[in-house]
Design a protein around this ligand. Structure first.
Ligand SMILES: Cc1cc2nc3c(=O)[nH]c(=O)nc-3n(C[C@H](O)[C@H](O)[C@H](O)COP(=O)(O)OP(=O)(O)OC[C@H]3O[C@@H](n4cnc5c(N)ncnc54)[C@H](O)[C@@H]3O)c2cc1C
Length: 205
């Protein structure tokens, strides 16, 4: 199913009756080349990239609830590369770059907004930790910067700088950090469903 501004306008004016289900509801086949347990973010994206990058399309995703019913459907939707352990760091950097082209790739508005992020720091210890993490992010090729109090007051004047319980000391920021709508599990499932079977265990058991 294709999405466009014109389509949204037409559906809006005609009672939204023309939208099709995003995924098929197939009977399980006797065998698959790959079976993925769990239709969350990891399971769906594994199925999607198996098909897209490796041509493996005889795949089933087994989900015990409904697609996106796990953590992926209730998280904070922050997308960023700020994990500084070796291996982990590269994984998040790469993931962030995958997000940057996802809307064009899927022809779907995932509402990715790379507006940056400010995480407030309330102690000198937190400040030191943020500096260490920021340095390793820079080494990794990701964006990171420490915002000091004067600049933070200008950037976010609505924050309560006067309260004493959690004094605000500054904030690390990353300009490419983003958020999206709930990780677009439906998008992944829409694309994945075209090439593999989504099998809900609740309906086939
Ligand atoms: C409150 C909260 C906030 C978060 N905020 C962020 C954030 O801002 N940014 C960020 O990057 N990450 C965040 N996370 C973490 C992120 O949501 C998870 O890392 C991510 O959802 C994990 O994806 P997953 O596919 O491994 O697991 P899930 O999305 O939980 O999917 C697992 C799926 O497997 C199914 N399942 C489990 N067992 C079986 C079985 N035996 N058979 C069949 N199906 C099974 C479940 O029903 C579920 O649908 C947050 C998490 C939480 C809980």
């Amino acid at each position: 199913m294709k999405f466009s501004a014109l389509r949204i306008l037409r559906e809006g004016l005609t009672g939204n009756k023309g939208w099709m289900p995003h995924w098929r509801n197939p009977d399980p086949k006797p065998s698959y080349d790959a079976i993925i347990i769990g239709g969350g973010g990891h399971g769906l994206s594994t199925a999607y990239y198996l098909a897209k990058n490796h041509g493996v399309t005889n795949v089933a995703v087994l989900e015990k609830g409904w697609l996106g019913s796990g953590n992926i459907g209730r998280n904070t939707t922050i997308i960023r590369a700020n994990y500084f352990l070796p291996g982990n760091s590269e994984f998040y950097s790469h993931s962030l770059k995958l997000w940057e082209n996802l809307e064009q790739e899927l022809n779907y508005n995932v509402m990715l907004s790379q507006r940056g992020i400010l995480s407030l720091l309330h102690s000198d210890g937190q400040f030191d930790t943020a500096a260490r993490r920021g340095n390793s992010m820079l080494v990794q090729g990701d964006d990171a910067r420490l915002v000091y109090l004067d600049e933070l007051r200008e950037m976010a004047p609505y924050l309560d700088f006067e309260q004493s319980r959690f004094p605000i000391k500054g904030a690390p920021t990353a300009s490419n950090a983003a958020h999206s709508r709930h990780y677009c599990t439906p998008v992944a499932s829409k694309q994945t469903s075209a090439s593999c079977d989504m099998v809900s265990l609740t309906t086939c058991l």
